[in-house]
Design a protein. Structure first.
Length: 320
């Protein structure tokens, strides 16, 4: 079978969708199919509706003179591509709220999409990692990790506020994915630093801009847990899957979407209502009870198989 895996990406960046498209295409090739990844550049300054309309004009029914039997699209706006046998995999993890299209209607669309996935697809399909090196569990240190973009709904402020109510021996590291020169990054970072100073937390908060994957994984190995607080997220970020591989418990809220779907409270992590004080209670508990911390971490690792977070399972599901 000839299979195209198509996605839109931002050139000259470490684009997640582009990586996933290549890895999925490679998995299909390993299974004996003819497969290629189609990477279509996306311009961040052009509105999503215009790009989607342009993608509708592309003809992907043939490739190099051979008929394409399946078109698998990853995320948006690639799902706008047309093919008689298209399979759309919604894996988007961030939804900038600054663009005009990303308002109430966009949030309603994602709420409907998540509900449809729960109703009609059964178990959600989570994006795996091709490389899990550097994720073996290490010696625990009294630090929690938060990772994400300051320009999204990842709620770094909730993580920061929770630090007001935890033991003074605990620290927080914010792994910030934004480019320092990106619009709004400096202002958002300064606001967090001012808030940390106002709450007398400056000596216990570390801000790390643009950490490499190796740096992120090294910190995951030794942390007490990962704070995954992104609101209503369609798919978990890589760092959540990395935390499961590293046997680290994930602390999340019940409104985080994909992360909340992965975590069973008290079994493979902690899930609470979005309240910094409740988050702080759980942070204290996992810091004191290291046996519980390790038990949750082991179950977190076991949940990778339970949820089918492997490329073999993903390829099988997409072609079933």
């Amino acid at each position: 079978m000839n299979i195209l895996v198509a996605t839109c990406y931002t050139p000259f960046t470490h684009d997640r969708n582009a990586r996933l498209a290549r890895e999925l295409s490679a998995e299909f090739s390993r299974r004996g199919h003819q497969s290629d990844a189609v990477l279509l550049p996306r311009h961040q300054q052009i509105d999503l509706a215009s790009q989607s309309l342009a993608l509708r004009l592309l003809d992907l029914t043939e490739s190099a003179g051979n008929p394409v039997h399946r078109l698998i699209t990853l995320g948006e706006p690639a799902m706008a591509l047309r093919h008689p046998h298209q399979i759309a995999w919604s894996i988007d993890t961030t939804r900038p709220e600054s663009e005009p299209f990303f308002g109430t209607a966009r949030r309603a669309f994602y709420a409907s999409l998540l509900d449809a996935k729960r109703r009609y697809t059964g178990q959600p399909l989570y994006p795996p990692l091709a490389d899990t090196s550097g994720l073996d569990a290490g010696e625990l240190e009294p630090v929690y990790l938060w990772a994400g973009s300051l320009a999204s709904a990842a709620r770094a402020s909730h993580a920061l506020e929770a630090m007001r109510f935890v033991s003074r021996s605990l620290r927080l590291t914010l792994l910030i994915s934004d480019e320092p020169s990106a619009p709004g990054t400096t202002a958002a970072l300064d606001a967090l630093r001012r808030q940390a100073a106002e709450w007398s937390l400056s000596d216990r908060i570390e801000f790390v801009l643009r950490p490499t994957p190796a740096q992120r994984r090294e910190r995951l190995r030794h942390c007490l847990g990962l704070l995954a607080l992104h609101h209503d997220q369609p798919a978990p970020e890589d760092v959540v899957i990395e935390a499961l591989h590293a046997r680290r418990p994930v602390l999340t809220f019940d409104d985080t979407g994909a992360a909340a779907g992965l975590i069973e409270n008290g079994y493979n992590g902690v899930k609470q209502t979005p309240d910094p004080r409740l988050l702080a209670l759980d942070m204290n508990r996992l810091a004191v009870d290291r046996t519980l911390n390790r038990q949750l971490g082991e179950e977190a690792f076991a949940s990778l198989a339970r949820h089918g977070i492997t490329w073999s399972h993903v390829a099988e599901r997409l072609l079933s």
